[in-house]
Design a binder for this molecule. Sequence first.
Ligand code: FE2
Length: 324
Amino acid sequence: MAVIGIESSAHTFGVGVVDDGRVLSNEKEMYRIGTTGMIPAKAAEFHVKNSAAVIARAMKNAGVSARDVTGVGYTRGPGIGPCLQVGELSAKAIADELGVDIVPVHHGVCHIEIARVLSGLKNPVVLYVSGGNSQILKRVEEPKPHYHILGETFDVGVGNMLDSFAREINLNPAWGSSVEKTAHGGKYVDLPYTVKGMDFAFTGLLTRATELVATNSKEDLCYSMQEVAYSMLCEATERALLLTKSKELCVAGGVAQSTRLKEMLKNVADEHGMKFGFAGNEYNADNGAMIAFVAERMLKAGMHSRMEECDIEQKYRTDQAVLP
Ligand code: FE2
């Protein structure tokens, strides 16, 4: 008995196999963005070329054969249309070939749910931070179980903001992880800080840091940008924790790989005597196991879809996804 999960919302084509909540394998191939940023058609072409091999490797490493598979899940969105389509078509081919149930899932919900369950949290306030998304959420049961969005970015996701700056100053690889490395030893430079209630905005911060590149060191700007952006997230998250009287905090998504962000969030949780949880980085980076993990829970709850209902949704919002 095993469920396959396929992730292809952006640069990663990932396939995971899960059995009763246990991750049996988690394989991926990643399209290298380089200095140009993401070119959707090129990324989708990369996924098409790699899909069969990654699926085969995930099944082999999980030790499962076709007859062990009981269902397949794939990322419906949010993400880049041509990339999402490759995952959708791969999942449909598996469902059709093996005669098993299929279920489309929400990418962000998968990051959140695997982090929440693996860290032993019940109903935390969640900070979901990735390239395209930055949201503060909490599960509610009405009218159907879903993550209610308490606060979110007004413009770009914090990850894309950091990636854009990394490209601006020619870091290699041009990602937030390089900004974090470059930030060591940097000194503080004043940058715009924008929090409105539990919402926040990052474009002004990026614009001002870019203006200051000519007159400041990379180290100082990376340090300051990171401290300002993460302080904004911490302030809004702390407000959400206190307003909801929550006792648990969870961080998930690509930017949850940042050691500095987790350190700052842990301080917030410790100050209020709250539990703080997160998943290992293999589940914060895009991956197929988290898709299989949530797909299995949905299939067990009878939430499979008919093949003709299965589609993709580039702007699939987290609060539109019904939870198992
Ligand atoms: Fe992601």
